[in-house]
Write a protein that binds this ligand. Structure first.
Ligand SMILES: Cc1cc2nc3c(=O)[nH]c(=O)nc-3n(C[C@H](O)[C@H](O)[C@H](O)COP(=O)(O)OP(=O)(O)OC[C@H]3O[C@@H](n4cnc5c(N)ncnc54)[C@H](O)[C@@H]3O)c2cc1C
Length: 471
């Protein structure tokens, strides 16, 4: 019997794909940078079936590559080209198992799209705050496996901060049921945290119990125009001091990113109304949300914007007057990754830095890249409030994008040397996957790498869980 037939007998014929055409949609990553091959793609419907598939792989020495929505940006969910691995898709594992309003928790299966988790929480008048532009497609299992960040980290934290319990299939097929909805549990090592951010290299997350929050009654979005990145940093300090926990997001966008969104999204002749009467080098998108009525939030935001303009930190400001308004302002920010992809991609860096170092880092790195080639164009946007910039390097209008990719190694050397000089991290929220695996080995302390290897060795001694990724 062919190995794939054995898998079909275990999981049912419809759960196992073996033909190249059927497997193709799973084998190229979202950015189109990696295309792999697989022995089979399996789509289990239950935790028991995941356990059977992983145990089968362990028995036969077959690597397992977990995949959720396949929206990861570092090639973590794409197998290598050997066709030895089984790609395990969680997309059919998508039940909302329970909502517990008294405990403020929701328990969901790993393949549940993030947006469905948000909607299930809202149906119980609760908020699940994790929020990414990919939320219609990415899965909660992928969010936890990558410790996703997104736009609400400032107030609610990363995916790591939102998980109370996990259910995981370990590398030998054992199911660990750690689905506890406890906010206090000091009974030794916090094992769930090992799996969060492990990018499928330690086990397959099959379900999670997550924290819920009160739905904010008032939500106001302000767009502020600034002259320099240093001014946006000063504005962040002011907004934090005034808003406290009401400051739920603080995003920056260089004007070049907004131009790109306009150029890529709207057909000629149907351009969006300009945001401000004139263009400004930097835009800040700030979200204020609170449990009080909307008028209070509006007043506070108006006062904040006026004070920022009076202090010279901002030149102009726009405030949302309705939820639709708020959404359309967010739309500009959230369209940037898609617009960059349509333009042909770019050399991406997802970096974090102490907030006070942002302006110096951006100025000196921009100059060094300009010295490398005047064809390059730096496109900066990101979660300034979390100290996280997407520092992407493309090309000027009219210059083929290849001019950036041809210099990828030099560009990366310049950017990452500056990140390390300023005390930052080479991956803030996207993870390491295969794209940044070697970079982590070069930039993390040897004792840190040794501990990570010891954990991997203890939990996956035959290196069958997502080999070639992260470590
Ligand atoms: C337009 C766009 C915007 C984005 N914005 C953000 C953002 O703001 N912040 C951010 O952090 N990311 C962002 N991302 C990246 C991506 O959406 C996140 O990394 C997301 O968490 C990945 O989820 P996924 O289900 O698509 O995982 P996949 O891409 O399928 O997998 C990602 C990694 O997790 C592993 N994995 C997946 N599911 C499991 C599981 N059940 N058990 C164990 N391992 C698993 C895979 O093996 C792989 O290593 C964005 C991506 C796009 C395309």
């Amino acid at each position: 019997m062919e190995p794939i037939d054995e898998l079909r007998e275990l999981l049912g014929a419809d759960a196992v794909l073996g033909r190249a055409a059927d497997m193709a949609p799973f084998l190229t990553d979202w950015r189109g940078r990696y295309t792999g091959r697989a022995l089979a793609v399996v789509q289990p419907r239950t935790t028991g079936q995941v356990a059977q598939a992983v145990a089968w792989c362990a028995r036969h020495g077959v690597p397992v590559v977990p995949q959720g929505g396949n929206t990861g940006l570092v090639g973590g969910a794409t197998p290598d080209t050997s066709a030895r691995a089984v790609l395990l898709s969680t997309r059919r594992l998508r039940r909302i198992r329970a909502v517990d309003p008294a405990n403020d928790t929701i328990t969901v299966e790993a393949g549940c799209p993030l947006q469905e988790v948000q909607q299930a929480a809202l149906a119980h008048d609760r908020l699940f705050p994790l929020s990414l532009a990919s939320q219609g497609s990415c899965t909660i299992g992928g969010n936890l496996a990558t410790n996703a960040g997104g736009t609400q980290v400032l107030r609610y934290g990363n995916a790591r901060d939102l998980a109370l319990g996990l259910e995981v299939v370990l590398g030998d097929g054992t199911v660990w049921d750690g689905l506890r909805g406890l906010r206090k549990d000091n009974t030794g090592y916090d094992l769930k945290q090992l799996f969060i951010g492990s990018e499928g290299t330690l086990g397959v997350i099959t379900a999670a119990t997550l924290k819920l929050f009160a739905v904010p009654r008032a939500r106001v979005v302000c767009l502020l125009a600034c002259d320099t990145l240093a001014a946006t940093v000063a504005l962040l300090g002011r907004a934090r001091a005034r808003a406290g926990p009401a400051l739920t997001a603080f995003e920056v966008m260089a004007d070049d990113c907004v131009r790109l969104v306009d150029a890529m999204a709207a057909p000629a002749g149907r351009q969006r109304r300009p945001l401000f009467a004139q263009r400004h080098p930097w835009l800040v998108l700030l979200e204020w949300s609170e449990p009080h009525e909307a008028r209070h939030a509006q007043d506070q935001c108006e006062q904040l914007c006026a004070a920022a303009i009076a202090a010279g930190e901002a030149r102009d400001a726009l405030l949302s007057q309705s939820l639709d308004d708020a959404q359309s302002l967010w739309q500009v920010r959230e369209s940037i990754p898609e617009a960059q992809a349509r333009r042909g991609g770019n050399v991406k860096h997802d970096i974090s830095l102490p907030v006070g170092a942002m302006a110096a880092f951006t100025a000196e790195t921009g100059q060094a890249l300009h010295a490398l080639s005047t064809d390059l164009q730096v496109l900066v946007f990101g979660h300034l409030g979390d100290g996280n910039l997407h520092f992407n390097v493309g090309t000027r209008d009219g210059v083929p994008i290849a001019a950036a990719f041809d210099r990828e190694a030099q560009i990366n050397d310049i950017v990452y040397a500056a990140v390390l000089r300023h005390g930052g991290s080479v991956s803030a929220e996207h993870g390491l996957g295969q794209l940044r695996r070697d970079l982590a080995q070069r930039t993390k302390a040897p004792e840190e790498m040794a501990l990570m290897r010891a954990i991997k060795q203890a939990m996956d001694p035959r290196n069958l869980m997502n080999p070639g990724k992260l470590i």
